[in-house]
Design a protein around this ligand. Structure first.
Ligand code: MRU
Length: 371
């Protein structure tokens, strides 16, 4: 997508210097647009862990680029299998909830180990990273195409009046290489001249909605309003939300959805107010091996510091401000599970389906083998 009229993806290889992977430092937005350089495996592992790069599809692609850097910097000697497998494990443990990470790393590892010679391994690692970035971009475009009719229909029902969409966290292009998952149908609708407006949940504790989604939408000229995390229910009761669109970090084959903490409460409010609640996700976020989201999806527990301090701009610098007494007990669960029964539909790169095993398998029959 464009930033100040220049086209960007959220990760790419440096032109004329294949030893460097570039990305956008998401911890500095919206105050500073800073392109960050990764030269080593550790640079990328750390960036995934500290959320310089974040969002399910992006961390998968970033880890694939990390595997590429591992191949680029591989030491001489005949211990490739252990070397690459150890690095793959490091990436997989950086963030546990998004299944895209393990999928991308496993694919890269398989492709690397299929080759014998270091040069071929390097090539396989690079091709895998590039392909995954293209794949996620294409998936998001298709999600946009398939999601558009949902917005179009509401617009027609409202005789062309503005369609109000509520979203949580950031399931935008920063999180997904390009376009975004939940945001792609919004961009497509906007391009088509359909009037849209987005309610953006701030998304405590890291405020990805306030800091990233608002910025992304505003860059593309899409009207949006920032609201507190607790406002969605009231907005729905007042008839001010026509549809909820969120992303997913991992969805089970039965349609249970893990997404940023707070998503479940929006789904409950949507159900109570007959507001359609759709989850936009690429198949790389579906985990065909899991059947019960609540029992089986690992929920990332993040540092209490994210809750204890608020980060924001003070004067010319980013500052942390304590918001509770020192020593306060804190729990910081990164994600929650929205049960399939609360989901109106899944918008995928192959079409929309119900959040049910038989429907998911109709779109993705290849998952039958991996259950
Ligand atoms: O902890 P984050 O910021 O990586 O969490 C991201 C989300 O929850 C997004 O909504 C998600 O990755 C889904 S779609 C990109």
């Amino acid at each position: 997508m464009k930033v100040n009229n220049k086209y960007y993806r959220s990760i790419w290889l440096k032109e004329k210097d294949p030893s460097v992977v570039l990305s956008i430092d998401q911890r500095k937005l919206p105050f500073e647009f800073h392109v960050v350089e990764f030269k080593t495996v550790e640079d990328i592992r750390e960036a995934i862990e500290n959320m310089t790069v974040r969002g399910a599809p992006l961390i998968g692609v970033a880890a694939a680029y990390g595997m590429y850097l591992a191949a680029y910097n591989q030491p001489a000697g005949n211990y490739a299998e252990k070397y690459f497998s150890d690095i793959a494990e490091k990436f997989k443990s950086a963030r546990p909830t998004a299944v895209n990470l393990a999928l991308a790393v496993n694919r890269s590892l398989d492709n690397i180990l299929d080759e014998e010679k270091p040069a071929d391994r390097l090539n396989a690692a690079m091709q895998t990273a590039l392909e995954l970035a293209e794949q996620e971009t294409g998936y998001c475009q298709n999600i946009g195409r398939f999601g558009l009719p949902l917005i179009e229909k509401i617009s027609k029902e409202k005789a062309g009046a503005t369609v109000n969409i509520l979203t949580h966290c950031n399931a935008g292009w920063l999180a997904c290489v390009d376009y975004g998952t939940a945001t792609a149908p919004i961009y497509f609708a906007h391009e088509k001249g359909i009037k849209v407006h987005v309610w953006v949940d701030e998304t405590r504790p890291r405020n990805q909605g306030a800091r990233l989604t608002v910025w992304e939408l505003s860059q593309q000229g899409i009207p949006n309003t920032l609201v507190t995390d607790n406002a969605g229910g009231m907005l729905m009761q007042q008839g001010k939300v026509d549809i909820v669109l969120v992303g997913s970090d991992r969805t089970t084959i039965t349609g249970d959805v893990a997404n940023k903490i707070g998503t479940y409460l929006k789904a409950l409010a949507a159900k109570d107010n007959n507001v359609p609640f759709y989850v936009a996700l690429p198949s790389t976020s579906i985990d065909p091996s899991l059947r019960n989201g609540l029992n089986e999806i690992p929920i990332e527990k993040r540092s209490g510091e994210e809750v204890e301090f608020m980060e924001g701009m003070l004067g010319t610098g980013l500052k942390h401000v304590r918001i509770c007494e020192e020593g306060t007990n804190i729990s910081n669960l990164g994600f929650d599970i929205t049960p399939a029964r609360l989901v109106s539909g899944l918008i995928t790169e192959r079409g929309i389906c119900q959040a049910k095993e038989e429907d998911i398998l109709k779109l993705f029959p290849e998952f039958s083998d991996t259950r």
